[in-house]
Design a protein around this ligand. Sequence first.
Ligand code: PXL
Length: 283
Amino acid sequence: MRTVPRVACINDLSGFGRCSLTTALPVLSVMGVQACPAPTAVLSKHTGFPQYTFTDLTDTLPAYFESWSDLDFDWIYSGFLGSLGQIGIVKQFFHTQKQKNPSCKVLLDPVMGDDGRRYSTYTQALCDAMRELVSEADVITPNITEACLLTGTEYRGECLTEREAEQLAEKLMTLGCGAAVITGIVQENKIGNLTYQNGASAYSAVHRTECLFSGTGDLFASVLCGALANGAALADAVSAAGAFLSEVTQDTLRQNTPAAEGVLLEPLLYRLGGMRFGTEQGK
Ligand code: PXL
């Protein structure tokens, strides 16, 4: 590992609403990770707002990645993919990078929907292609909606028992990923994440706020990525991300800001800078 781990962040740039790259870049930087953005689309606001502009950058990506072919990354963190062609290009980038550096790992956040619904830009064909991309990932972080879309499971709300979540994770594992973290599992006043790796699952939960803020999945995956890139074991990275998210959402709720503007991570970002993680070795 380099002194400063290097991560390729494939995600959109949304000018307003705290999500994707505007979340990933500050989080990774404060965690001591070099975050290299590859923007998949530029939006004036994220798609949760009533109006926004959307500029698809698929055509720019092949040359962008080609110019990165002399670089190698410790992790690739892939988020919102805005078109079908993009998924193929990203898959090729995974292959090229893994060939260059066999220890390069892929964290894939299959950003497809939330609360039982697909995002407005997300077609069935995109869902199918995302399912294939999952097979290339070392770790995936779907919420329940995304886990259902990926596995063809009927969505029955955010409340799942640990056993139901484990069964959903087992289905995800059949898609070929190395590990799966299902986020946002609701149990009464708690919200939890189920991690499935090496044939076993672990569940951890934190206090839940009533309000559903935009971009929480991006914040979770970004902190997770920062921890993993620093050598944390997956279970420790999941706990760190869950705990940080809980703090930030509770703080945001007190400020009473519109849910679409996302969680107010700025005042608490500095806390991520103090986190220290052990290495995977010996765990
Ligand atoms: O937070 C996920 C996300 C990422 N990128 C874009 C989005 C959303 C959710 O609405 O619209 C563009």
